[in-house]
Design a protein around this ligand. Structure first.
Ligand code: ADP
Ligand code: MG
Length: 543
């Protein structure tokens, strides 16, 4: 059969061009990407073997082979392989929405752009960073062999192949100036740097003799904690997430007894581009007895902790567990509540011991964490402790925690005061604050959209009521001096009584208040009614 010629999509072409231009000083990452694909393919085979055990006929591995005469580097695996249609889908088209976002995110800063590449599902194309021609030979266990080939310049060819073993072989015809990637020590260094902790051997096939593993080949989380260094955790994180920025913190636990699982959870330093994309899959990886089961098991952590990356390996679920089984499974529920505690402990620790890093975390993920106040009643108090707000004494940064706030409260103040609004600018000079400023009461300034729901759900913290500074009876927030008030109230009684009518009943009543020191008047919400801000949100939502 002759080779069929296919055009790349326009997007693929511009992606390739862009990638070559923007990553030329970080070319070595091609190896990380191709090994990661090979390792994924082995994971998929292990998974398929749960239903069809005879699929596994020996050790799964990745093998590197450099041929100095031919000038080629081959990355070979005996994983799942690809059918012809899969080759077309996976290597010919980048229909995935990630591509466009990837291109939009390129900043021109090479180090940063190199970090992006793996996160957008375009890793395979990094092969063209070092190769002027790429040949992929692949075969599924039960299928025909296929050969894909391209110079990365607009089209590729597909034809039937003669590969007899299952798996995939990516052959890079290295450019003349990229021959360093034929050197054993260079390959070894890159593997150590990026792929040491992949749970399967990465072998180097020498010109003569048997191939030898050049990585640890033991999944990191299965090793005793005492043997694992900080750098090991960091490089494993890179492997797991393709995020090249080091994680802020992590927690590794092995639990035995009633429940049996190992968890390795990371707090990233930076939010992914799709943190707010509702359709985006989220969650940690799930392994059952070291067999990879699924990439993003959403059921293992609640949505408000969707920024956590990592994995859970458990012996308490069946190997054939599916997403359907995960939902409402009691073991999963138990693991989830244990994991939530781990994450909250980790954040507590970060907040207490590394406040600068905690501020970084909060800037990236604080708004997500706030959802927990609404969603997770059982842990509300713990989550509330982790929140940080702007206040009348912290206008620049949300740096005030409720503990600090309470510790600073003057003795005369009884409630935690807050003011919500559209933006900090809109509320920081609000007349509602005047009286409290004078009394020396700090007021939290809440301008995130979600804040209105947060204070709607968090009515008290450590026995202190939260009270809006914009509500009726704020004098009850503490002992603001109200000596004059009664006198004035009597003095203006008649005027006050006439005001609602004079204003066409757009207000319910008028009162004399100690809350203002400079402004002549202000509007306040009734004590038990909805706040203006909430009414506004409901109105916008069409309710
Ligand atoms: P990602 O790995 O993020 O999906 P890539 O561009 O790295 O994106 O790879 C695209 C797809 O090509 C993979 O999702 C996989 O389906 C397929 N693929 C790549 N390499 C292999 C391989 N060695 N074995 C099987 N499938 C592969
Ligand atoms: Mg990949």
């Amino acid at each position: 059969m002759t080779a069929e010629r296919h055009e790349f999509q326009t997007e693929t072409r511009s992606l390739l061009r862009l990638m070559i231009h923007s990553l030329y000083s970080n070319k070595e990452i091609f190896l990380r990407e191709l090994i990661s694909n090979a390792s994924d393919a082995c994971d998929k085979l292990r998974f398929a073997a749960i239903q069809q055990p005879d699929l596994i006929d020996g050790e799964l591995f990745v093998e590197l082979q450099a041929d100095k005469f031919a000038g080629t580097l081959t990355i070979r695996d005996n994983g799942i392989g690809m059918s012809r249609d899969e080759v077309l889908d996976n290597l010919g088209t980048i229909a995935r929405s990630g591509t466009k976002k990837f291109m939009e995110s390129l900043s021109g800063d090479q180090a940063k752009d190199a970090q992006l590449i793996g996160q957008f599902g375009v890793g395979f194309y990094s092969a063209f960073l070092v190769a002027d021609k790429v040949t992929v030979k692949t075969r599924r266990a039960d299928g025909e062999a296929t050969v894909w080939e391209s110079t990365g310049e607009g089209d590729y060819t597909l034809e039937a192949g003669d590969k007899t073993e299952r798996g995939t072989e990516v052959i890079l015809h290295l450019r003349d100036d990229e021959k360093e990637f034929l050197e054993a020590h260079r390959l070894q260094d890159i593997v150590r740097k990026y792929s040491d902790h992949i749970g399967l051997p990465i072998k180097l096939r020498p010109a003569e003799g048997e191939p030898e593993a050049i990585n640890q080949a033991r999944a990191l989380w299965t090793r005793p904690k005492s043997e694992i260094g900080e750098d090991d955790y960091k490089s494993f994180y890179e492997h797991l997430t393709h995020d090249f920025e080091a994680p802020l913190a992590w927690a590794h636990h092995k639990v035995e007894g009633n429940l049996e699982y190992t968890s390795l959870l990371y707090i990233p330093a930076r939010a992914p581009f799709d943190l707010w994309d509702r359709d985006q899959q989220r969650g940690v990886k799930l392994y059952v007895k070291r067999v990879f089961i699924m990439d993003r098991a959403a059921e293992l952590l609640p949505p408000y902790l969707r920024f956590v990356r990592g994995l859970v390996d458990t012996a308490d679920l069946p190997l054939n567990v599916s997403r359907e089984i995960l939902q409402g499974n009691r073991t999963v529920d138990k693991i989830r509540s244990a994991l939530v505690k781990r994450v909250l402990d980790l954040l507590d620790d970060l907040a207490a011991n590394r406040p600068d890093d905690y501020a970084r975390f909060y800037e990236q993920f604080g708004k997500v964490l706030k959802e927990g106040i609404i969603d997770d009643h059982a842990n509300r108090e713990r989550i509330a402790k982790l929140l940080r707000f702007n206040s009348t004494t912290a206008l620049d940064k949300p740096s005030v925690g409720l503990e600090d706030y309470i510790a600073r409260m003057p003795e005369t103040q009884e409630k935690i005061l807050y003011l919500t609004g559209e933006s900090l600018g809109a509320i920081r000079n609000s007349p509602h604050l005047e009286g409290f400023r004078k009394a020396g009461f700090e007021v939290l300034l809440l301008a995130d959209r979600i804040d209105e729901w947060v204070v709607g759900n968090l009515t008290e913290y450590q026995d202190k009521k939260l009270e809006s500074a914009a509500r009726g009876n704020v004098e009850a927030a503490g002992k603001i001096d109200t000596a004059d008030q009664a006198k004035q109230e009597a003095e203006f009684k008649e005027v006050l009584a006439k005001l609602p009518e004079a204003l066409g009943h757009r207000i319910a009543s008028a009162r004399v208040s100690a809350r203002l020191t400079e402004s002549p008047s202000c509007l306040v919400a009734p004590e038990h009614g909805m706040s203006r801000q909430l009414l506004e949100i409901l109105k916008q939502a069409g309710q």
